[in-house]
Design a protein around this ligand. Sequence first.
Ligand SMILES: Cc1ncc(COP(=O)(O)O)c(C=O)c1O
Length: 381
Amino acid sequence: MTTQVVKPTTKLDQFLHEQRPPTPFVVVDVDVVADRYHELVTALPAAVVYYAVKANPAPAVLRRLVAVGSSFDVASPAEIDLCLEAGAVAGSLSYGNTVKKRRDVAYAASVGVTRYTVDAAEELDKVLSVAPGSSVCVRVRYDGATADWPLTRKFGCTPDEAARLLVDATNAGSECGISFHVGSQQRNAAAWDEPLGVVAGVFDRARDGGAAPSFVNLGGGLPGSYREAAPSLGEYGTAIGKALDGAFGDQLPDLMVEPGRYLVADAGVLRSEVVLVARRAPDEPRWVYLDCGKFHGLAETMDEAIRYRLRTNRDGGPVGPVAIAGPTCDSADVLYEKADYQLPLELAEGDMVDIMSAGAYTTTYSSVGFNGFAPLAEHYI
Ligand SMILES: Cc1ncc(COP(=O)(O)O)c(C=O)c1O
């Protein structure tokens, strides 16, 4: 399989051509983030968009999303502070991490955050005692097996437990609803069908028990443009709309959606430099070593799960198979060995390899100095 070559926006190209900062770095065009936000509001008009800050918490991204009217899904006090500093109001924040220190809930409540997600009775007790009267979102388990980056196992309670927690939350005087996550980089637009059916069933059972669930959080999962194509956003909008219709008919609950990857991935390019091209054995592919690896932002290449599109300054000539690795003295620092990447035969030390659609889940995954290499540099235009 050859890698696709897709041009970044003119502004990103212009930056790469004119500025040439030392590699490796990520450059993000925040106008693209704003465009993606507007496209999503059009595709899912009934849902309030809570940007999953963990995907890229850069102040420039957050300020731009505040300006276009986004709300925010936060995972920690530090992300709360970043949103508030960017101009968001506390009422637009949802504390979506289901594993929170008691003192972090207290901090969130003290600055005015009123929405919390839980997936266990113990966590519900914590939220109700530290932030009484808050809106409670109960996360139900969904395996999301068709996603490139599944978010299974660690999160979510069973439907039975979810119904019980909704009853408990209602009895405590809280507004309540359900969330799920279909898995990140979910390339199956029909993946919302099954969990929404489950949620409708949980709502029925919870209502039988006296609960008054009022909202559904559709989670994340919308894709970035990586090597394997995903459906268009319009196709996701249509599929999710149908799934909602099938599950709730004309009794549609309030809706939230928590995109991370979709809003920021395609807004960024990671530029790296070839440090070494070596042949280890005549019958093995070339090894291409970049100055950026798994420990410098490309953590999602773990198990070769996220397969980025690559672009080089040698594109156009003949290509051949490669294994691609980062620069550190750790044999885990391999990006791709099995995913059948091909790069130009002419590629050599000093050449540039652009890792496309790298605006999500890169900058904050970078180590602080493994092997003495600085954290991944970031530029925002
Ligand atoms: C609670 C929660 N919401 C939303 C997201 C964003 O998911 P995605 O980047 O697939 O849109 C994540 C990602 O891990 C998450 O944990």
